[in-house]
Design a protein around this ligand. Sequence first.
Ligand code: NAP
Length: 415
Amino acid sequence: MEITSPLAHGSESPTYSKGNGPVHGGDGVLTSAMTPCCASSSYFSWPSSSSSTRRRPRILLQHLPPPSIAAIPIPSITSRLRDSTMAKAKAIRVHELGGPEVMRWEEVEVGAPKDGEIRIRTTAIGVNFIDVYFRKGVYAAPAMPFTPGMEAVGVVTAVGPGLTGRKVGDVVAYAGNPMGSYAQEQILPASVAVPVPPSVDHKQAASVMLKGMTAHVLLRRVFKVQSGHTVLVHAAAGGVGSLLCQWANALGATVIGTVSNDEKAAQATQDGCHHVIIYTREDVATRVKEITSGKGVNVVYDSVGKDTYKASVECLASRGFLVSFGQSSGKPDPIPMSDLASKSLFLTRPSLMHYTATRDELLESAGEVFANVANGVLRVRVNHTYPLSEAARAHADLEGRKTSGSIVLIPGTDS
Ligand SMILES: NC(=O)c1ccc[n+]([C@@H]2O[C@H](COP(=O)([O-])OP(=O)(O)OC[C@H]3O[C@@H](n4cnc5c(N)ncnc54)[C@H](OP(=O)(O)O)[C@@H]3O)[C@@H](O)[C@H]2O)c1
């Protein structure tokens, strides 16, 4: 059965005002005061929408200067910018659903940006597990054939007619829709792009837009982690998992991580896990009971799904939160209400895009992430890079559980 991606949203997406977002412990307001470990987030000075009619985000962070073309670490950028009329580029295309081998390296038309749009030349592209779901048909792609990818950093090469607040040469990043970041060039609505601070390099930025904002939303809005909480993070050495563990530790929580092998366990420990469970050879629920003296954890962040959700429920303390946000091992079976009733548990299945639906929410979330990268709270692990044309190899490694941290595709390194 085809289902719609939980990341998919359009302009009709629900908006969240202060007060209706979180399911736990608060009001949904994102302020630096609630992130004691972090500098405040809002370095952005761009208009909050392409037409400049919407409210500007607050400017709080003094030590991050606005994005500057001068700081872009790409030697050939000037010559590239001159080529603002380029209409063709190479991209990965999927003509039929299936394994990594269905991804083909082809020439595509890019064209010129229309009203409200920008064209970017991508410099670093984040690979995410959701790209696998679309390639396999777990989520339905908007069209066939399609170019996968929902996260990229790039340099603006053209802006649509009448667009203000964006200019050729800006370095921007985006995460989510429109799908199609596995490409040398991409057209984007200007409203989804955020500026990348010069202190954050392109590979790092492409590693933290989608994954970092997911960590932000999960830790600060879906369930507000505080000092004294105990949290369980599955796939703790993965792209999202690594950032979740570092951030939860910085918030003062006791962090328990699960991983599949010793190498990943070592990384999870470095990333702030106080306890690591190797779930391929240890029983998760038993170990969590030992670690917590039988109390259980306040929240489980479960991205693995089918293989872990039963243990996740078992690991929770009374009135604990099961945050099911992915299904790397497959879709979890339905959870009977009675499983929740036994401990008055909460269950939520959040999607990043519902928490970054408005321009202000997007800027706040990206700002918190970039600020935490800049101030060292988040150490971005760009553990794997591949030429863009070799995206199939990246997917095979991701699905084969061979990767840890983030995976980035680099255009321009293709043979
Ligand atoms: N809801 C949202 O808005 C949202 C946003 C972003 C990401 N996500 C979800 O978060 C999860 C993590 O995404 P990511 O891109 O950072 O990937 P990732 O965690 O780097 O990679 C997946 C990891 O899951 C673990 N895993 C367990 N069983 C697996 C299996 N049968 N097949 C493959 N992997 C398995 C592996 O770690 P071990 O080897 O340690 O087991 C693997 O490295 C995904 O499920 C993704 O869909 C959700």
